[in-house]
Design a protein around this ligand. Structure first.
Ligand code: HEC
Ligand code: HEC
Ligand code: HEC
Ligand code: HEC
Ligand code: HEC
Length: 223
């Protein structure tokens, strides 16, 4: 009888290790790595052209980023808005390159984009809270404006989340610069890595714009 608590503790520990082991094994798929770049449908769609050269704001296509826990990729009608006949001159893009958009729109079908960034189901990640707090897309997705095909630029691991939560002030930009990835990269990180005083906003003022301190307790991110 006296051995029971010890046995129980050992069994409990064993159980915990098994659960953590199983979770680590099953919920950390191979693609959970920096550089993960799944093959997309062969449409020729390109962020470097749309977000880079043309400078279309991220929110024109990713219209949920400020309002929803989950971000979104655009529907066909967003593409069609520009790529319907006689809108963008065929001098810039030939009709055959965007025929798939008109066909999808007319047949009411969607384009099956493959998801690049995926968190395990047991993690809760409110996307909009971050965007509204002044964390740039760049901090979590890398230099999308230069990517012909999107890949995962950051590990998205628990350590990665917490590293930022503990040093949030270093990762905040003025709210109107959140989607301006050229500004963020050139002026904020490259040219002035130690200069945190942009547009008259000090780090302290940026931190004050936070709705609350980034959480570190388990239940904040795990249901
Ligand atoms: C705001 C207008 C606009 C929207 C919205 C838009 N495009 Fe474009 N797209 C353009 C313009 C302009 C070009 C030509 C750019 C150039 O090559 O100078 C282009 C070029 C392209 C090309 C040809 C690329 C190449 O290699 O030449 C494809 C394919 C394309 N778009 C697909 C899409 C898809 C898919 C969507 C929706 C997710 C989309 N576009 C949304 C304006 C738009
Ligand atoms: C013209 C529309 C358009 C614009 C502008 C645009 N995107 Fe996208 N984005 C898409 C489409 C379509 C996809 C899905 C296909 C793909 O992954 O390339 C996508 C995918 C993504 C993904 C990967 C999502 C996943 O599956 O995990 C990220 C991250 C992203 N975009 C960020 C950005 C950022 C940041 C900007 C602004 C600098 C931006 N996008 C501008 C249309 C757009
Ligand atoms: C604090 C980090 C962070 C910031 C800032 C951030 N994202 Fe994300 N984003 C993520 C993570 C993590 C995911 C995967 C979420 C999931 O699986 O639940 C994601 C998913 C996405 C997706 C995929 C949506 C889908 O349908 O699967 C798009 C598109 C996207 N982000 C665009 C953006 C844009 C545009 C910005 C800037 C306005 C931005 N993100 C800012 C971390 C971030
Ligand atoms: C680059 C910085 C950064 C990264 C990376 C980041 N966060 Fe955050 N997170 C923040 C900031 C800043 C806040 C505070 C936002 C506020 O409340 O104003 C926050 C707040 C939160 C909140 C609280 C939301 C609320 O309603 O108060 C949760 C939950 C959260 N983050 C989850 C995550 C998870 C999960 C990851 C990793 C997948 C992650 N974060 C990665 C900066 C980051
Ligand atoms: C800021 C958000 C955040 C907080 C706070 C957080 N986690 Fe996590 N946790 C994550 C993310 C994201 C993953 C998924 C990482 C991956 O798949 O690589 C994760 C994964 C895990 C896993 C699975 C094993 C692994 O490492 O892949 C366990 C167990 C875990 N967390 C326990 C905890 C405990 C216990 C706490 C409190 C001490 C905690 N977490 C606090 C975001 C968080």
């Amino acid at each position: 009888m006296n051995a029971l608590p010890t046995l129980g503790a050992v069994a409990g520990l064993g159980g915990f290790v098994t659960v953590v082991g199983a979770v680590t094994y099953y919920f950390t798929p191979k693609f959970w790595e920096v550089g993960y770049m799944p093959e997309q449908p062969s449409t020729g769609f390109n962020h470097r052209i749309h977000a880079g050269t043309l400078g279309i704001d991220c929110r024109y296509c990713h219209s949920n980023v400020e309002d929803s826990k989950i971000s979104n990729v655009p529907t066909v009608s967003v593409c069609y808005g520009c790529h319907q006949e006689n809108h963008v001159s065929s001098e810039y893009v030939s009709d055959d390159k965007v025929a798939f958009i008109r066909e999808a729109y007319e047949t009411n079908s969607s384009i099956e984009w493959v998801n690049v960034h995926v968190l395990p189901d047991y993690v809760q990640f409110p996307h909009h809270v971050h965007v509204n707090a002044g964390v740039s897309c760049y901090s979590c997705h890398g230099q999308i404006m230069g990517m012909p095909v999107v890949y995962q630029a950051e590990p998205l691991s628990m350590k990665w989340c917490l590293d930022c939560h503990r040093n949030a002030e270093e990762n905040l930009v003025p709210p109107d610069k959140v989607t301006d990835l050229a500004w963020v990269q050139q002026d904020w990180f490259d040219k002035n890595p130690s200069d945190r005083n942009h547009e008259g906003l000090t780090p302290e003022q940026l931190v004050q714009s936070l709705h609350r301190d980034p959480p570190e307790h388990c239940a904040a991110c795990h249901y």
